[in-house]
Design a protein around this ligand. Sequence first.
Ligand code: AMP
Ligand code: ZN
Ligand code: FE
Ligand code: FE
Length: 282
Amino acid sequence: MGSADLHIHSTASDGKLSPGQVVKLAAEKRLEVISLTDHDTIAGLAEAINTGRKHDVRVLPGVEVTSIFRERETHLLGYCFEVDDSGLVSLLTEHRQARVKRIEWIIGELNNKGLDLDVDEVKAEARGGNVGRPHVAAVLIRKGYVGSAREAFYRYLGDRVLGPIESSYVSCREAMQVVKSAGGAVVLAHPGVLYTKNELDELTEMGIDGIEVIHPSHNYELQKKYEDYASDHNLLVTGGSDYHGIDKNYTGRFGEVTISKSWVHKLTRMTDRRKQISVNSK
Ligand code: AMP
Ligand code: ZN
Ligand code: FE
Ligand code: FE
């Protein structure tokens, strides 16, 4: 059992708890290091860091960037970047807008199927945070179209139902470059059964720094597979609960899906070096 969790969401995207509430809960669960990794935003970071100072929880800068790899959406985790890096800030600003456009497209598809919902009520559900499909799911539940988020994804929102999703997210390659030039590390999020060996090799070649080995969607076999792959390719290993504060089945158990601090040290050592190099080259 470790005491770090590097994959957590808050109300800055599709999580249920505010950044401050997440950090307080982390303190109760005796977590020592966490990273808030909201979808395409770092808006919750300052509040998380401040609360962390009061409750003795170290909060590392993090973000889960949506990007396009082989015409599919791929989640990349970025860690320990400079939070005011202009390249990163503008990518996240673009993605906030890309999310709205994508949700508009999804709602259009659902309207075509005869469902009555509109963009404003879904945006309201996000309460100023980055909008995503879970907010659509919440509206579908409230209106009685489905009984749960799981059902909403199964019937209306899953990648398989929607088919090729229209969006203007940046490519995987570009997202990696942006996070790295902000001094951060890029980690492939929850690879699970999402990639073939070939695709994994391509992503490695493209320049991921690490792989998320520990995740609620990974059984022991998958953990082992990715830990071995990381060690063979000299990649960092990370992990976390992907806590959203919703739907226990999907989000895993906060405080239980954890990693050891030695993994975190390897990550921060690497990003410290990367930032040092970029300072020296300026
Ligand atoms: P989006 O950011 O719009 O692409 O939505 C992705 C998010 O939807 C994930 O981060 C999860 O929070 C949630 N999600 C994805 N699949 C499911 C599912 N089958 N059931 C419930 N929530 C899901
Ligand atoms: Zn999410
Ligand atoms: Fe994800
Ligand atoms: Fe996530």
